[in-house]
Design a binder for this molecule. Structure first.
Ligand code: ADP
Length: 713
């Protein structure tokens, strides 16, 4: 009997352990998510193992067999829960029923009682069996087996006492220990399961992350073969991850476009710990070739060294770059067109203007009849106004296309305003207005663009006078320190019509005026303030207005004060030119007074001759050949040179020739041209011209320049 008890116990223990393992295995099946399916599977396994246990019992007496079913079913009740335990109980009871014998009732009762104790204990513990202690498990074992002892009551009376005595010791001593061991095993399994579940969860989280990114990610071995790849790689290359497995760099490489052996070297180095990134031409499954940026990082995979390769598809970026370059090229050529257009416009508009202004000036000066003289004056005034508008529109286009350059020079801003004031006081007096300039400074030298500054002053002063009918205009200019830097603050205050708050926002817009439409009350283009604002911005300053309708306006301009006399870039060269011109002027001899005018335009030539003929002996040439015929025959004190001589010939060619002739060294050459865009003057001076006059010009401007270059004043 002893031997059969021992064997039975060993087999039973092995089966109990098997149940523990099966239970943990089923619990760990992550693919089965339905709880009831899992519980049914556990119940069936419990029943099956219970039947196996009941099949390897030790026989106490004929028809009375013992095994560890009590341990199994009670542990099931406690750890697996109600459903699996009931399934197990039903299967085991049916089996015991089919075996028959005198111990059948007790056998079934044991299954039911022990299983129920387990279920009840679990429910009392509210299912929190994971926290059960070993001593509680032991106690549980004793209670279960006391219950089992009670089941001996179901034995026939004759054998009851004998059986009770025979089994009570092993049942109450060994079985609770078995209960304890099996329980402990399950508790341990529970812990392992928890860690495994956490691991699986973190792995799937990582996988999701790995698969979400657009970039292709590969895990490579030392030889650069793919160990794993993400969904991004599938999308990028068009292969399934299975197809990509074990592939090397040559599989991905676009034929003939890379040095694959070098890529393999990079991978090996990354394997040894050195990260690397490089561009790599690759090919998709559909044959499309594209450039990728590959980054290699050292990594570990299953405790072994590995390489993570990240591939970024650069085709979109390259496409964008190309588009950007195309757009840039288009913008540049449009800009070039615009600049050509501006230059041509400027030239073409100025050239006929010389006829209008020149002849009207001649009419004004030479005509006896006062009526015709007045007509001449009107033509001249209209032409001047037209020129102003043309200049404004050109300025606007220039500033819009970025052609407005800052041509700084150093000058006394106080004397500039004083000059302007004295002229404007005459117009103010005609309207019975005062025009006053106040400043605590006697002089203030600034380094800025005189033309831009002049425009700003002129526009604000003219507007103040134009929109004032009573009282007058007061201007002040002071130097102020704001936030530790010095600023020029110009205030132009008038007692005029004022601007409503609503209109204060539109006056800065191009072509906008407060009074617009057919019945507008004031002349003007509506460009002045918009250009003024842009010029001020270009000079680094700001402008604002304070005004109320009917109560006058105050325009306040703040400009950064720069007393530094340094002038940058090409401007420096121009300044040098100007200085050298000044030197030249002082050394010039003035005994010659014959002028050569080279111009292909009859009207220009005619007007220029008319302006100069009383002061100089004037010769004219209409092209290069004529010019040199005259230059070879005569000695000129000044050469007035038109730059565009038509038919592709430029005045620069004459200039170049003159420079080579020692007899013409020091003879001033004045560029007289309709090229009057910003920067043009600098170009002519740099090319070697002594001075520059833009068309159209007035008689006095032309005479002044000629006088300047010959007399050295
Ligand atoms: P323009 O004077 O050629 O119309 P501006 O751009 O210089 O163009 O001015 C825009 C508008 O701003 C003017 O038409 C006028 O309505 C308003 N404005 C400018 N200066 C003053 C001022 N000092 N007083 C009243 N209104 C002014």
């Amino acid at each position: 009997m002893g031997k059969s008890i021992f064997l039975g116990l060993v087999l039973n223990t092995a089966l109990l352990i098997a149940l523990g393992l099966i239970y943990n295995l089923i619990r760990g099946l992550t693919r089965i998510t339905n709880r009831y399916v899992k519980e049914t599977l556990i119940g069936l396994s419990t029943g099956a193992i219970g039947i196996a246990i009941m099949g390897t019992p030790w026989v106490l007496m004929e028809g009375v067999v013992f095994d560890t079913r009590s341990v199994l079913i009670s542990i099931s009740g406690m750890f697996f829960g109600t459903i699996p335990t009931i399934i197990g109980m039903v299967m085991m009871s049916l089996f015991r029923l089919s075996s028959g014998g005198s111990g059948m009732e007790m056998g079934i009762a044991t299954v039911v009682v022990c299983g129920s104790i387990g279920i009840i204990w679990r429910n009392v513990r509210q299912g929190k069996v994971k926290k059960i202690s070993l001593s509680e498990l032991y106690l549980f074992g004793i209670v279960v087996h006391l219950g089992m002892m009670l089941c001996t009551l179901f034995l026939p009376e004759a054998s009851r006492e004998f059986v009770f005595k025979a089994i009570s010791l092993p049942v109450l001593v060994i079985y609770p220990v078995a209960e304890l061991l099996l329980g402990w095993m399950l508790l341990n399994g529970e812990e392992t399961l928890k860690t495994r579940v956490a691991l699986v969860e973190s792995e799937s989280k990582f996988r999701r992350l790995f698969d979400t990114v657009d970039e292709a990610i590969f895990l490579l071995d030392r030889e650069g073969r793919v160990l794993d790849s993400n969904k991004g790689a599938e999308r990028m290359f068009g292969y399934s991850s299975h197809d990509l497995l074990n592939q090397g760099a040559d599989f991905f490489a676009a034929p003939g476009k890379n040095d694959v052996s070098q890529v393999n070297q990079f991978t090996q180095r990354a394997f040894d710990g050195e990260s690397k990134s490089f561009e790599f031409w690759v090919i998709r499954k559909n044959g499309e070739v594209f450039l990728s940026l590959v980054k290699l990082y050292p990594a570990t995979f299953k405790d072994e060294n590995a390489v993570i390769a990240l591939a970024i598809d650069l085709s979109e970026r390259i496409k964008h770059e190309l588009e950007l370059k195309e757009a840039k090229d288009r913008a540049e050529s449009a800009n070039k067109l615009k600049s050509n257009f501006l230059a041509n416009m400027s030239h073409e508009l100025r050239t006929p203007m010389i006829g209008i202004m020149g002849y009207s000036e001649m009419i004004m000066e030479t005509e006896e009849s006062p009526e015709i003289k007045r007509s001449g004056e009107k033509i001249f005034e209209s032409a001047q106004r037209l020129m102003q508008t043309l200049n404004l529109i050109l300025d606007l286009s220039k500033i819009e296309s970025g052609y407005t350059e800052i041509n700084s020079s150093r000058f006394d801003v106080i004397s500039v305003i004083k000059d302007m004031t004295s002229k404007l006081q005459v117009s103010a007096a005609k309207k019975n207005l005062t025009f006053v300039f106040k400043s605590t400074l006697n002089e203030l030298f600034v380094v800025t663009d005189p033309r831009l500054l002049h425009h700003v002053f002129a526009n604000l002063f003219d507007n103040a006078l134009k929109f004032t009918h009573e009282g007058g205009v007061e201007i002040s200019l002071e130097l102020e320190v704001i936030k530790r830097s010095k600023w020029l603050v110009l205030v132009v205050k008038d007692t005029g019509i004022g601007i409503s708050e609503q209109d204060q926002s539109i006056i800065w817009d191009e072509f906008r005026q407060v009074s617009e439409g057919w019945g507008r009350g004031y002349e003007g283009t509506g460009l002045g303030l918009s250009l003024t604002k842009r010029f001020i911005k270009k000079m680094g300053g700001e402008i604002r207005v304070e005004s109320r309708l009917g109560e006058g306006s105050t325009f306040i301009v703040k400009l950064p004060y720069n007393e530094d006399t340094r002038v940058t870039g090409s401007e420096e060269e121009v300044m040098e030119m100007i200085e050298s011109v000044d030197k030249l002027e002082t050394t010039m001899d003035t005994e010659f007074s014959t002028i050569l005018i080279v111009d292909d335009d009859d009207i220009s030539l005619d007007v220029t001759v008319a302006f100069l003929k009383h002061h100089y002996t004037v010769h004219t040439a209409k092209n290069v050949v004529e010019a040199f015929e005259l230059i070879n025959k005569n000695r000129y004190s000044i050469i007035l040179l038109d730059i565009n001589l038509g038919k592709g010939v430029t005045g620069f060619q004459i200039l170049e020739e003159l420079k080579k002739r020692p007899d013409y060294a020091g003879v001033p050459v004045i560029a007289v041209t309709a090229y009057a865009m910003a920067g043009d003057k600098a170009v002519f001076l740099r090319a070697g011209c002594t001075d520059y006059v833009s068309k159209p010009f007035t008689r006095s401007t032309l005479l002044k320049v000629c006088e300047k270059v010959t007399s050295g004043k």
